[in-house]
Design a protein around this ligand. Structure first.
Ligand SMILES: Cc1ncc(COP(=O)(O)O)c(C=O)c1O
Length: 453
């Protein structure tokens, strides 16, 4: 029997990120300015991001060097382990081979620190004093709080109100690393005040929290904004996941037939899948499948439209062509807070529109059932977001059982759920509801998209 844990040495941590833009079948559509609705130039992004990240956003270089200072931080927890889920395979009685890459070993508990470290480093190098950001699940806010502490930056986090209430200890964790945390919408920004004026009981959303964080950065010279997902440079930073997983699978002579990840803004999906998709896009692995898994309460890829929309709820951030449910759509307060985003990464959107990747949506009760089944065999309680990928991997393995096929399945376990026990409590007490997204609300939100000339 081969190993259960497939490990790399510290010296095998990737030294470069992989940039899928070099291999896309067509260029990404440009960004547009939220005010003028004209194509966006680097100068328009300067109030929000440091120059190096703006360059990375549009870079066509296939590989980009990881700075030594960022590698030094990565060495705290990378390389992360790749597991063969033998006990889960046995419980499912499937001939499929199930592998999972575990990003929950990072100090923040998820993959998010891979890009937080890089973003904090570039901002510090360019003289920024403070970073502002949003957080849904609290995973991204924790990651940025840690990264800011490492690189000597202040950190202001706008945390979606429903998550702020559901996850008080994520807030404490961010505060322990010195971050200032606000429940969004707040009355501290014009964006927050405008939402509260219309919806005083708003549970908040990632789109609203992004608007607040963007406004805060844009109105303070010494502050910049940091986004935990969606943008091209964020997905690129996450490719350390897939690059390591590829090397780990090679060690046991394995290659996935299907790569699965949950998809909020698309960063862990991009991170695990892009290094494998490189083989599909260059013709080496034409049959490789990649599956994005999203919540049925916020089904951006499976029910949204591929159109130009604002990345935030109020319309302050860049306009991107992406799958969207409409920037004013506020998804139900499901427990996978990190998947409650109206839009999606432009790269993931293009790959989906071109039929290169697939997508599937699940309700939260079956997702939590899969999480419990996984924990019972593999002993890790997953983040509710990551549990979406587990549900899809289990379903794929069960289809293999029916068909008698020994496929190789790889999924990304993007984070642990140790701060999500209130959600598990609700699930175990039968208190979780499976909220259908409202197609009426989506139609209404889609009527408010920006009209480009
Ligand atoms: C553990 C975890 N997985 C996945 C996600 C979804 O984000 P993304 O699609 O950018 O990977 C989040 C977002 O907060 C998260 O915390």
């Amino acid at each position: 029997m081969g190993p259960t844990k497939i490990l790399l040495e510290e010296r095998e941590i990737p030294r470069q990120w992989y940039n899928i833009q070099a291999d896309l079948p067509k260029p990404l559509p440009p960004y547009y300015h939220p005010g003028t609705l004209q194509p966006l130039g680097p100068a328009d992004l300067a109030p929000l991001f440091p120059t190096e990240l703006i360059k990375q956003e549009v870079s066509q270089e296939r590989f980009v060097d990881i700075p030594e200072e960022v590698q030094e931080v990565y060495r705290l927890w990378r390389p992360t382990p790749l597991f063969r889920a033998r006990r889960l395979e046995k419980a499912l009685d499937t001939p499929a081979k199930i592998f999972y890459k575990y990003e929950g070993t990072s100090p923040a508990g998820s993959h998010k620190l891979n890009t937080a470290a890089a973003q904090a480093y570039y901002n510090k190098r360019e003289g920024v004093r403070r970073l502002t950001t949003e957080t849904g699940a609290g995973q991204w806010g924790s990651a940025l709080a840690i990264a800011c502490k490492f690189f000597g930056l202040e950190c202001t986090v706008y945390m979606v109100k429903v998550s702020y209430q559901q996850k008080p200890y994520r807030r404490s964790l961010m505060q322990a690393f010195g971050a200032t945390v606000h429940a969004s919408p707040t009355d501290l920004t014009n964006a927050g005040r405008s939402i509260l004026a219309e919806h005083p009981d708003s549970p908040g959303s990632l789109g609203i929290a992004i608007s607040e964080a963007v406004e805060d950065a844009a109105t303070h010279d010494d502050a910049r904004y940091s986004l935990g997902s969606v943008l091209n440079h964020v997905l690129m930073h996450q490719t350390v996941i897939g690059l390591e997983a590829k090397a780990q699978m090679a060690k046991v002579d394995a290659y996935p037939d299907v790569v699965i990840a949950c998809c909020g803004g698309g960063s862990n999906l991009g991170g695990i899948s892009h290094p494998f998709l490189a083989d599909k896009l260059t013709g080496k692995q034409p049959k490789l499948r990649v599956v994005a898994v999203e919540p049925a309460a916020c089904p951006t890829l499976t029910k949204g439209k591929y159109l130009y929309d604002f990345g935030d709820s109020v319309g302050l951030g860049p306009v991107a062509r992406m799958y969207t449910l409409g920037h004013t759509f506020v998804p139900a307060g499901i427990h996978a807070g990190g998947l409650r985003y109206h839009g999606d990464s432009p790269i993931v959107s293009l790959l989906y529109d071109e039929g290169i990747i697939e997508a599937i949506a699940y309700h939260q009760n079956p997702v939590f059932a899969a999480a419990i089944q996984f924990a019972a065999t593999e002993a890790i309680v997953p983040a509710p977001e990551s549990a979406h990928a587990i549900k899809a991997a289990i379903d794929e393995a069960l289809r293999c059982r029916e068909a008698g096929e020994a496929k190789t399945i790889l999924f990304n376990l993007s984070g642990h759920g140790n701060f999500d026990m209130a959600a598990y409590d609700d699930y175990l007490k039968g208190k979780l509801t499976d909220t259908e997204y409202s197609s009426e609300e989506v139609e209404k939100a889609l009527a408010h998209l920006p009209k480009l000339a």
